[in-house]
Write a protein that binds this ligand. Structure first.
Ligand SMILES: [Zn+2]
Ligand SMILES: [Zn+2]
Length: 535
């Protein structure tokens, strides 16, 4: 059993414990343990077998016992029992309908049904309202959601990395292509689709139905099905005859208005041939948002990135040391990495004082000796205080090689005030980049009121870049705003804001978001060599 399998089982246990309203601390502990196991650089199963699991961070006695059971028997009895009792297909269908796990199990019990299929049958026979608590209005809503008229959508969009993992996993298992919003790298994914090439539609559909990610099908045709995950997220599968694979892939990838403007699509086995048939150049998926028939620009590629300019270490809220982060960045093929830990005003986590910044310099110098010619840069993620001044004195900032300025507290300031605050910070001569300008958390916190047009004007005048933050729930600037920034002549930095070695991998999300904003290599500061960063 490898680390990711073990982590998945711990995550599944956490999810089910949450369903039965277990102690939230326990649920969080299992989730944290799953993360620890997933990130471990050695086989955790061996550590467990030799009785040393508790050497891992966050693994206490009770989780160790579960790990031992899992490694020795291949399963966790409580998890199996919960999975049986909670009928994942019912839970998935119920959540898709907006019911919540407990409520769907109660509804199923009241109706005397035990599978998602039986629940759907009960609905079509008009029996839903015989269950306590289901009035005519709720019934109508549930029946409409079960109907086939509307496109299946999750109740809330999935953050990109979660959507990529889900759709990518299904595509890999079926030897197909991830399509839909995932292939366009949308920041919140709703249309989740996989396209496969195959002569035998029903056989592939059957394989789809038995995947561990899919708990039930809500639609099934000869060559198309919609499956649900246990979270109630619908995923569409299209099985195209090989000679039409390209056609179906184009159709399942683009936003509806983009595809509609290309129709009718010629039949072709691959996308290149579809576009040739349309007498159009092939278009990168990231640009298939709105109708577009022109020559696409040369977009920046992940391989063009020479370094990461925003990451954290244990000095603030990161999980790894300076040297570990540097080594991991070097292994990615980068030439440099800027360590940008927080300053004290960030509040919730530890921030570096002037003194700390100077002590950290020693550690960075030591890492550089180890990693040369790779270069670890002395950086900071400096808070912008409410009056627009910075959280460290200029004389400290002047020693640093890369300064990010960030608004953390006070995102809800009115537009005038917030914009003036940021403008003031951009005028500081040491600031090189404005972090996560719109301050959003996807699905959790809306964008702030910052006047980007004004900020871009000042950024251009002061030669400050704006960040495309690659944290999966930030992706800030968004593709749309990147396009505005570039239109205003402002340069961008593609950063991960990594808090762990694994977090450095989010560069792919940042670069894809920049591509959605039509960015080319020339627009991206960290696609340049070290000498350009150390101007
Ligand atoms: Zn930040
Ligand atoms: Zn940060």
């Amino acid at each position: 059993m490898d680390n990711s399998e073990i982590a998945d089982r711990l995550d599944a246990l956490a999810a089910l414990l949450e369903l039965v309203d277990s102690n939230p601390h326990a649920v969080r502990a299992y989730r944290r343990a799953a993360d620890t196991v997933r990130e471990a650089a050695f086989p955790v199963a061996e550590l467990v077998a030799s009785g040393r699991a508790r050497e891992l961070r966050g693994i206490g006695r009770s989780i160790e016992a579960r790990l031992r059971e899992l490694v020795e028997t291949g399963s966790i009895a409580e998890l199996d029992e919960l999975e049986r009792e909670l009928a994942p297909d019912l839970v998935g269908l119920g959540r898709y309908l907006g019911l919540g796990a407990r409520r769907s199990v109660e509804l199923a019990r009241a109706l005397g049904v035990s599978t998602a299929d039986e629940l759907r049958e009960a609905a079509s026979e008009g029996r839903l309202r015989t269950a306590p608590g289901i009035g005519p209005k709720t019934e109508a809503r549930l029946r409409e959601a079960l109907g086939r008229e509307r496109k299946p959508r999750p109740r809330q969009g999935l953050v990109l990395n979660r959507a990529r993992e889900l759709v990518g996993g299904i595509a890999a298992a079926l030897d197909g292509e991830a399509a839909g919003d995932v292939r366009r790298w949308r920041d919140s994914c709703e249309a989740l689709a996989v396209v496969c090439a195959g002569e035998d539609g029903p056989a592939t559909l059957e394989q789809f139905e038995t995947l561990p990610q899919i708990v039930t099908l809500i639609e099934r045709e000869q060559r198309r099905a919609v499956g649900l995950t246990v979270e109630g997220v619908p995923v569409e599968l299209i099985v195209a005859p090989p000679e039409r694979f390209g056609t179906e892939l184009v159709r399942a990838t683009g936003a509806p208005t983009y595809v509609a403007a290309l129709e009718p699509l010629p039949e072709a086995p691959d996308e290149e041939a579809v576009y040739r048939g349309l007498e159009l150049p092939w278009c990168p998926p990231e640009l298939r948002e709105e109708p577009f028939r022109g020559e696409p620009p040369e977009l920046v590629e992940l391989e063009a990135i020479r370094g990461d300019l925003h990451c954290h270490t244990r000095w603030s809220d990161g999980r790894a040391s300076v040297a570990d982060m540097g080594r991991a960045a070097r292994e990615r093929g980068y030439d440099y990495l800027a360590i940008c830990d927080h300053t004290p005003a960030v509040g919730a986590v530890r921030g570096l004082t002037a003194d700390d910044v100077r002590r950290q310099a020693d550690e960075i110098a030591a890492a550089n000796e180890l990693l040369a010619p790779f270069r670890v840069l002395r950086g900071i993620e400096c808070d912008i205080l409410p009056d627009g001044s910075l959280d460290l004195p200029d004389e400290v900032l002047s020693e640093l090689e890369w300064v990010q300025a960030s608004v953390h507290g006070g995102q809800r300031m009115p537009q005038r005030q917030l914009t003036a605050r940021v403008e003031e910070a951009l005028r500081n001569p040491y600031v090189r980049c404005l972090s996560h300008p719109k301050g959003r958390y996807i699905n959790r916190r809306p964008e702030n009121a910052l006047d980007l047009d004004r900020v871009f004007e000042v950024a251009l005048a002061e030669d400050v870049a704006v960040e495309v933050n690659g944290l999966p729930d930030r992706l800030d600037l968004s593709g749309e705003h990147v396009r505005d920034a570039l239109g205003a002549g402002v340069e961008i930095v593609c950063s991960t804001d990594a808090h762990s070695v694994r977090g450095l991998a989010n560069m792919a999300l940042s670069v894809a978001t920049a591509r959605r904003g039509w960015a080319s290599t020339a627009n991206v500061v960290n696609a340049r060599p070290l000498s350009a960063i150390l101007r």
